[in-house]
Write a protein that binds this ligand. Structure first.
Ligand code: FEO
Length: 401
């Protein structure tokens, strides 16, 4: 049965949430679920902006039928062809055979890649700045390549000042009736998931997000409609500022995130000593993560949030402890940069993890790795407590500067 809400008198929210799927993109845990948003504009012509994932396909198609109220569907704007938004596109085109697809040249090519269908004669190909008038509404199409796929575009509706922003400004998390960000406590309940979504899915493409933010800055936006998570109609600048921070790889918080990869707890002991010393020196908001027990998507997100990182790893198979190596390579692949890092390693007979962690971090842009790293031999001894505290003191001085 349909579940439709109004955003403005002639814009409907047709999205639906999935609380069953364990892993988004078969990789990111989503214990709070996720929403797949779709929007219908009812003007002299009707316009659907993106479809939905197959997981919520039945509900979405019911919502679309209800939203149209016996009217025909004239246009389907495809801002993003990734299947979490486009898997039901072919079903929509078959159900509404008079509808036309609006997309850029890359979008149209991708439709042919994903679906075995002939949509020739049913496409409206747009490029940067092109417009589509449907009566009261005029839609302007702005290209947003690599945010985070090459065909991505966003659509601006000048009539209601709405930006349909594709994945930008999206977040993990199912919607619970309240579809607007101002109806929930976003900073308390959603920001961590929004950051985890950004860092892991869009994080690599900071330069391209910056280009999109510059385009968006030239628009009068009263409402921001992303493809995942709440719709924004208040305090939009606050969320845009978060994107400004994340896309420039600037930290949100001046504090330390300590990541430890420990086989028997000795390396963790060293990490705890550093954490305690940082606290004694006045650093607040310290977080310590065991990389074996925290999903790497959360580790990446926390690295994006914090200004200073401590990497403490056991040596394993002559290299970095596997979960720590996986985390660091993930950070590198997300173009992570601009942080200060302290390194601690451990090895009972040949500690090599520190050198190798330095090499991976050193290959990232604008990273400062503290010189005085600490190398443990099996367990922490009193002499090494002093080394760890010296390391923590250097870090604390930099955090509190
Ligand atoms: Fe939500 Fe890139 O798909």
């Amino acid at each position: 049965m349909h579940c439709v809400q109004s955003i403005t008198p002639d814009i409907l929210f047709l999205g639906a949430s999935d609380r069953r799927q364990a892993l988004f993109e078969n990789v990111f845990p989503i214990p709070r679920g996720i929403s797949y948003n779709s929007y219908l504009v009812k003007d002299e012509k009707t316009v659907l902006l993106d479809t939905a994932d197959q997981a919520v396909g039945t509900r979405f198609l019911e919502n679309l039928a209800y939203g149209l109220q016996e009217r025909s569907l004239d246009y389907v704007v495809v801002n993003h062809m990734e299947p979490d938004h486009a898997a039901t596109l072919l079903e929509v085109l078959n159900t509404y055979p008079q509808s036309q697809v609006v997309g850029n040249a890359k979008t149209i090519a991708m439709i042919g890649q994903f679906f075995d269908c002939d949509i020739s004669g049913r496409t409206v190909t747009v490029k940067e700045g092109d417009t589509l008038n449907t009566g009261r509404h005029t839609f302007t199409f702005l290209m947003a390549p690599m945010v985070h796929w090459p065909e991505v575009m966003v659509t601006y509706d000048a009539a209601d000042k709405v930006l349909f922003s594709a994945d930008a400004f999206g977040t993990f998390g199912a919607l619970s009736g309240n579809i607007f960000a101002d109806e929930v406590n976003f900073e308390r309940d959603w920001l961590d998931d929004a950051r985890r979504y950004y860092a892991n899915i869009v994080g690599k493409y900071g330069v391209q997000v910056q280009t999109l933010l510059k385009k968006a800055a030239g628009l009068d936006i009263a409402c921001l409609c992303p493809l995942h998570g709440p719709v924004w109609r208040e305090n939009i600048g606050w969320f845009v500022e978060k994107y400004q921070t994340w896309s420039t790889y600037a930290p949100e918080n001046k504090t330390a995130a300590i990541f430890c990869g420990s086989v028997y707890g000795h390396t963790e002991n060293a990490a705890e000593i550093v954490a305690n010393r940082l606290a004694e020196k006045g650093v607040k908001g310290i977080r310590l993560y065991d990389v074996s027990h925290t999903d790497v998507s959360e580790l990446v997100s926390e690295a994006f949030r914090c200004s200073h990182l401590v990497l403490a790893s056991a040596t394993y198979n002559g290299g970095i402890f596997t979960p720590m190596e996986n985390f660091l390579l993930d950070l590198k692949s997300h173009n992570f940069q601009n942080r200060t890092v302290a390194v601690i390693d451990n090895g009972t007979w040949a500690a090599t993890a520190g050198k190798q962690m330095r090499e991976i971090v050193g290959a990232m842009k604008n990273m400062t790795v503290l010189e005085n790293s600490v190398s443990l031999k099996s367990s922490v001894k009193e002499t090494q407590r002093a080394e760890l505290e010296t390391l923590a003191d250097t870090l604390a001085a930099d955090i509190l500067a």
